[in-house]
Design a protein around this ligand. Structure first.
Ligand SMILES: [Zn+2]
Length: 91
């Protein structure tokens, strides 16, 4: 059993769909995850207790009610990252 924030999956799926429609946006791993991180920081967490395997069914079933908020935050995050990509930052 573990805690799982299924909003992560919802947002990552939404980022992948959204950037496919935005040819100007960098699609490297760093930029995709930056976009997801910014969007997730502006969205509520949705923690569930889960056992391995059941989580994806739950995430799919609950995805629709967040679509409008998720898309709005993902779109804003894409604008932020595409203006100032951080993929050259070295940590
Ligand atoms: Zn990039």
């Amino acid at each position: 059993m573990r805690l799982y924030n299924y909003m992560e999956d919802v947002v990552i799926k939404a980022v992948d769909l959204a950037i496919e429609k935005c040819p100007q946006v960098c699609k490297c791993e760093k930029c995709r995850l930056d976009i997801a991180a910014i969007a997730l920081n502006n969205l509520p967490s949705r923690y569930v207790v889960t056992e391995k395997g059941e989580v994806f069914a739950k995430a799919d079933g609950m995805q629709l009610q967040f679509d409008v908020d998720v898309l709005r935050e993902v779109t804003k995050a894409i604008e932020i990252v595409s203006k100032r990509p951080k993929h050259d930052d070295v940590w």
